[in-house]
Design a protein around this ligand. Structure first.
Ligand code: PLP
Length: 389
């Protein structure tokens, strides 16, 4: 490709127009900096939507991924391999869960959790106890079932009929949740911080009360940590900071450090719910993706996570001191602009050499977890200038 216009025109010709893209074609990155086809440099506050936990092309991550690609890139789940077992052991040991199922995305991780919750209930109570209650303004994925799980009416369009058995209650309203959970309910699914919904955190007391209520009724609590998990909020899982251990936790985005992988983690009590042939995925637990994820988890030790919290706090203080409303935890940050829309801020920041995300009316920041103080400070400077302009 010669230049940006040629690349853009080829994409528009041959790729379905499902994405609203910026007029930028990115070609190479290192750490938290990335360069476009015209040679312009940007500081990255997006991590590819929370995916590149270690930034672009971390040398240890790239070496492990390339090494595995040169050794055994795939063989299917008909055989045992090494990287997926290592990953499952690390995840379970560090989170207190008993077993993992690996898929390839956040939506698939949630599908696995939904299937598990329904099968658990079916095995124990028979048919008719299959409803899953989710929160208004949630986001759980783009498959027909996870769209149904998503508590936003704008997503319930065109693709009828959606999977039945979902109900939605406003976040923070415990009485509404209790009222929606009847004899027919097998699960409650929530994000501790609604990411796509606008970086909206749940109240800790509410989360604890929901967990206690679910336990009392034998309703499985499913935490969608696809965005909040893997150190994003400053702890390996956000649940640690909300003081609960959900029955199921789903992960994806940051887990593979840039490669497609999702996971559904379950407690000891649920370890045998999904037996032989109840679920599967051709690519699930792919050795190359798992090799990448193993490096991500190795790097996310206590000192690393403490620094994520420190950097996140610093950013939130800088932005709040400048007079902006800031939400989020760790390096998951939402900012309400005072002038212009979040989309306008995003475009202006890009022009100034900073990539940011939006979530509804907020500007959303998901910087690489290991971003240097230098890049972080330069990025925040650009952002404040853009917000104030
Ligand atoms: C991104 C996201 C998903 C969907 O993940 P995909 O990998 O795009 O399928 C699900 N839940 C939450 C909370 C997310 O942020």
């Amino acid at each position: 490709m010669e230049n940006f216009e040629a690349a853009k025109s080829r994409d528009l010709t041959y790729i379905m127009h499902t994405y609203g893209r910026s007029d930028i074609c990115l070609v190479a990155g290192q750490g938290s900096e990335v360069t476009d086809s015209e040679g312009k440099r940007y500081i990255d506050f997006t991590s590819g939507i929370g995916v590149n936990s270690l930034g672009f092309c971390d040398p240890d991550w790239a070496e492990a991924v390339a090494g595995q690609a040169g050794k055994l890139q795939h063989i299917s789940n008909l055989y045992y391999t090494l990287p997926d077992g290592e990953l499952a052991e690390t995840l379970c040991t560090r989170t207190g869960y008993a077993r993992a199922f690996f898929g390839n995305s956040g939506a698939e991780a949630n599908e696995a959790a939904i299937k598990l919750a329904r099968k658990y209930s079916f095995d124990k109570y028979g048919t008719g106890r299959d409803k899953i209650v989710t929160l208004v303004n949630s986001f759980h994925g783009r498959t027909v079932t996870t769209l149904a799980a998503t508590g936003q009416e704008v997503f319930h369009n065109f693709f009828f009929p959606f999977t039945g058995g979902f109900d939605y209650v406003p976040a923070g309203d415990l009485e509404a949740l209790k009222a929606a959970c009847g004899e027919d309910t097998c699960g409650v699914m929530l994000e501790f911080i609604q990411g796509e919904g606008g970086v909206v955190p749940l109240d800790q007391d509410y989360v604890k009360a929901v967990a206690a209520f679910c336990k009392e009724k034998d309703i499985l609590l499913i935490a969608d940590e696809v965005q909040t998990g893997i150190g994003r909020t400053g702890t390996l899982l956000a649940s640690e900071q909300f003081g609960v251990q959900p029955d199921l936790t789903t992960l994806a985005k940051g887990l593979g450090g840039g490669l497609p992988i999702g996971a559904c983690l379950c407690t000891e009590a649920l370890a045998d719910v999904m037996g032989p042939s109840s679920h599967g995925s051709t690519f699930g637990g792919n050795p190359v993706c798992c090799a990448g994820a193993n490096v991500v988890l190795k790097k996310l030790d206590g000192a690393f996570l403490a620094e994520v919290r420190e950097k996140g706090e610093w950013v939130r203080k800088e932005i709040a001191d400048a007079g902006y409303n800031v939400t989020g935890l760790g390096m998951m940050i939402g900012i309400l602009p005072k002038k212009g829309t979040s989309a306008e801020i995003r475009t202006k920041a890009e022009a100034a050499g900073l990539l940011v995300l939006t979530a509804k009316e907020r500007v959303r920041l998901l910087p690489p977890l290991n971003i240097s103080w230098e890049d972080l400070k330069e990025g925040v400077k650009i952002l404040l200038k853009t917000l104030d302009a």
